[in-house]
Write a new protein. Structure first.
Length: 303
């Protein structure tokens, strides 16, 4: 009887000890299943972050297209801008993502968030496509206007490596303070040809000792005027008619300039606008996206 009691006591102590060890292990060490699930969750977060970054890039691009659509194309064709309430309208269906919530997926909130962003982007793309269809109809009888719009880069920039400074607040190269930069700067060797960016009439061929230096202004009609500054020489005279792509002068460093470059401006109805938004005729969507990224860098202007 004593041995039985002793065995039972030993068994009870061993059982309690085993349970304690198992409890402590489960608290501080993951089981193979838990480790696998943890790894899957970590991988899911990595993939989510990657796709989120890609969606952000696509949202930025579609936002730029929407801005060009409302501020340029629809202004050109005298069409009303698309209201934000339509562009950003709801997707609809409160139970749209119910199947994901009931699927038992791990981290389903990440998947649902990604699906919502994809749906919003799809709606924006659909609205933009419909807008372009509408504008194509309006463009049928606008040949003269299309020829006048300043829609190409003013110098040869096939490699997209000559855009030195964009539109907006930039550090002034001489004053070393932030100032509004009303155009874009193209860095190029002295003597590089400069071209008219749209059909028009030369309204100014002028030389100053400061400011723009040697510069040309082209009136394109329809409220558009372009200005080409810091030139080294002219190829046109005041009152001359020019066509898009026609040579009007050469790059220099005249006036208030720190190095050879072209300072290029566009005015619409007397107000400065961002020239990069008008480089739509000689660029692919991928090239435009790259140029837009370069122009957004807040660096130092050249003049």
């Amino acid at each position: 009887m004593g041995r039985v009691s002793q065995f039972l006591g030993f068994f009870a102590v061993s059982f309690i000890l085993a349970i304690s060890i198992l409890f402590i292990y489960s608290q501080y060490f993951e089981s193979p299943k838990e480790a696998r699930l943890q790894k899957e969750n970590e991988e899911l977060v990595i993939y989510y972050d990657f796709f989120k970054q890609e969606l952000d890039k696509m949202n930025s691009l579609i936002g730029s297209l929407e801005d060009r659509d409302d501020d340029i194309y629809r202004v050109i064709f005298e069409a009303e801008p698309i209201p934000s309430s339509i562009r950003r309208g709801g997707i609809g269906g409160v139970d749209r993502y119910k199947s994901f919530k009931q699927s038992g997926l791990q981290r389903e909130e990440l998947i649902i968030d990604l699906m919502k962003q994809v749906d919003i982007l799809k709606r924006q793309m659909y609205i933009q496509t419909r807008s372009h269809d509408e504008l194509m109809e309006l463009a049928m009888n606008k040949e003269e206007l299309w020829a006048a719009i300043p829609s190409i880069q003013p110098i040869n920039n096939k490699e997209l490596n000559r855009l030195a400074s964009g539109y907006g607040m930039r550090t002034h190269p001489i004053l070393k303070v932030k100032k509004f930069h009303a155009g874009v700067d193209f860095s190029a060797p002295r003597g590089t040809p400069i071209y008219a960016t749209g059909d028009g009439v030369i309204v100014e061929v002028k030389t100053t000792f400061g400011g723009y230096g040697k510069y040309v202004e082209v009136d394109h009609g329809f409220g558009y005027l372009t200005r080409y500054a810091h030139m080294s020489a002219f190829e046109v005279r005041k009152g001359q008619k020019v066509k898009r792509g026609e040579k009007i002068g050469y790059v220099g460093s005249s006036g208030q300039s720190t190095s050879p470059h072209l300072h290029y401006e566009i005015l619409k109805d007397g107000k400065f606008v961002n020239p990069v938004n008008y480089f739509f005729q000689d660029l692919t969507p991928e090239e435009y996206e790259k140029l837009l990224e370069l122009a957004s860098i807040e660096n130092q202007s050249l003049s």
